[in-house]
Ligand binder design. Structure first.
Ligand code: DGL
Length: 271
């Protein structure tokens, strides 16, 4: 069991922000990642479609014999986590609970902002979870539909990105927030710009990064953590339904690794 990999899925490159943290916190673990870049973004899609696509990706990863699944996408977590859990017999972790927990922990004034895709914000899942955990918390949520296309097209360092981030987040700067949840795994790639707009007094919560601590706890709970002897045999495998070249470029930059091998994924139902 310990030699099996952890599977990560996302609509595109966003889940790499979770993988980066997993590489740091869980250096003995093998990782299989699939990004559905050909059908990204998931954010504006109907719920049924998001569940269907998330299931396609899950089935692909199950063919790799994974021991645990991380839904490294807030939109898919918001809409499909419960359904996927019902369909598989390995532990499945989403990114929303860990991000909410961290925000409650770090916020001093309990004024917490949430940014995410239209699907995540429309589901109200962050607001519900935050209020459930802390009834007195004040929340302000906005969707930022222009962020994901910027990240997917590798335009994070452009003046367009600067303008889009400023215009999208400006309304949140007047609300006395001290904590902002990046409720989309693509957004940490824009965090230098987000930080600039929100200012030093606002703590940014990377929901994906917070998730990895939970993954670690669950691996230990089930006794399936890879041991240090496994480290030498560990593998990192990346798959995309879209352009392998673009994926490799973004992944190499973000993960700070030179030679990323990315393969084209053929989803089970297309076989
Ligand atoms: N990375 C995703 C998320 O965390 C989804 C982006 C999208 O496909 O719209 O929500």
């Amino acid at each position: 069991m310990e030699k099996k990999a952890i599977g990560f899925l996302d609509s595109g490159v966003g889940g790499l922000t979770v993988v980066k943290e997993a590489m740091k916190q869980l250096p003995n673990e093998s990782i299989y990642y699939i990004g559905d870049n050909a059908r990204c973004p998931y954010g504006p899609r109907p719920k049924e479609e998001i569940v269907e696509f998330t299931w396609d990706l899950t089935q692909f990863l199950l063919t790799k014999n994974i021991k645990m699944l991380v839904i490294a996408c807030n939109t898919a977590t918001a809409v499909a986590l419960d359904e996927i859990r019902k369909r598989v017999d390995i532990p499945v972790v989403g990114v929303i609970l860990p991000g909410s927990r961290a925000a409650i922990k770090y916020s001093r004034n309990k004024r917490i902002g949430v940014i995410g895709t239209v699907g995540t914000i429309g589901s109200n899942v962050y607001e519900d979870t935050l209020h459930e955990k802390h009834p007195d918390v004040y929340t302000a949520s906005i969707s930022c539909p222009k962020f994901v296309p910027l990240v997917e097209s590798n335009q994070i360092n452009t003046s367009i990105a600067k303008k889009v981030v400023f215009e999208s987040l400006e309304p949140l700067t007047k609300m006395g927030l001290d904590t902002l949840i990046l409720g989309c795994t693509h957004y940490p790639l824009l965090s230098p710009l987000i930080k600039k707009v929100m200012g030093d007094k606002v703590t940014l919560i990377d929901s994906g990064a917070e998730t990895v601590s939970e993954v670690s706890t669950i691996l230990d709970y089930y006794g399936i953590t890879a041991s240090s002897q496994e480290k030498a045999d560990k593998v990192y495998r990346f798959y995309t339904t879209g352009s392998t070249k673009m994926f490799a470029e973004i992944a190499a930059n973000w993960l700070e690794v030179n030679d990323i091998q990315v393969e084209k994924a053929i989803l089970p139902k297309n076989n």
